[in-house]
Design a protein. Structure first.
Ligand SMILES: Cc1cc2nc3c(=O)[nH]c(=O)nc-3n(C[C@H](O)[C@H](O)[C@H](O)COP(=O)(O)O)c2cc1C
Length: 170
């Protein structure tokens, strides 16, 4: 798949998280367009249409979406609308209160109405636990977003898809 990773990072935590997500996507053989809000414009990705969109953000005061991410989202919506194959990740700090922790991640996910799970990491990703969580989330989203293989010749379509799609729900 052709995947857009577009994110905002003030002090590097979300950039580090985005790098780990990117590495997992590329290890699985996908092509990644890399857009950092405030540094790149969406046009730097070439054709804005992608098979999957992974949006990442830090959270600003009161769990708000930072201005540079809002601007990037506006560009994206103008170019491709609100794609369904879109998942959101980000970093925050629980010291801002449970109500506001990773608020931007929740706001962006709600804005796009994504069915994919969110990935929320406290500050800079570190340790085996964070690494595993990032890998599992990325693998899960990639599996959900993978275009369905057409049924094999002569096979009824209902036997070609899994009988229990809920098994992929985290
Ligand atoms: C002015 C300011 C306000 C913040 N407000 C929140 C907040 O409401 N919720 C939250 O989870 N984190 C909040 N944070 C913490 C950052 O989102 C967190 O440190 C994040 O990991 C920074 O990511 P970055 O290194 O990619 O910029 C705030 C940080 C700053 C500087």
């Amino acid at each position: 798949m052709r995947i857009l990773i577009a994110f905002a990072s003030l002090s590097g935590n979300t950039r580090d998280l985005a790098r780990q997500v990117r590495a997992r996507c590329e290890a699985a053989g996908h092509e990644v367009s890399w857009i950092e809000a405030g540094i790149h414009a969406l046009a730097d990705a070439g054709d804005p249409r992608h098979d999957l969109y992974l949006l990442g953000s830090w959270s600003d005061n009161g769990g708000r979406t930072p201005a540079e991410m809002k601007a990037l989202i506006a560009e994206l919506v103008a170019a491709v609308g609100r794609p369904s194959r879109l998942a959101v990740f980000g970093t925050g700090e629980t010291q801002w209160g449970a109500e506001y922790y990773c608020g931007a991640v929740r706001r962006i996910a709600a804005f796009f109405g994504t069915a994919h799970p969110r990935l929320e990491i406290e500050q800079m990703p570190h340790g085996e636990r964070d690494a595993l969580e990032i890998q599992r989330w990325t693998d899960h989203v990639l599996a959900q977003a993978q275009p369905q293989a057409p049924p094999a010749p002569g096979m009824p379509s209902e036997t070609a898809t899994h009988a229990d799609p809920a098994r992929f729900v985290a």
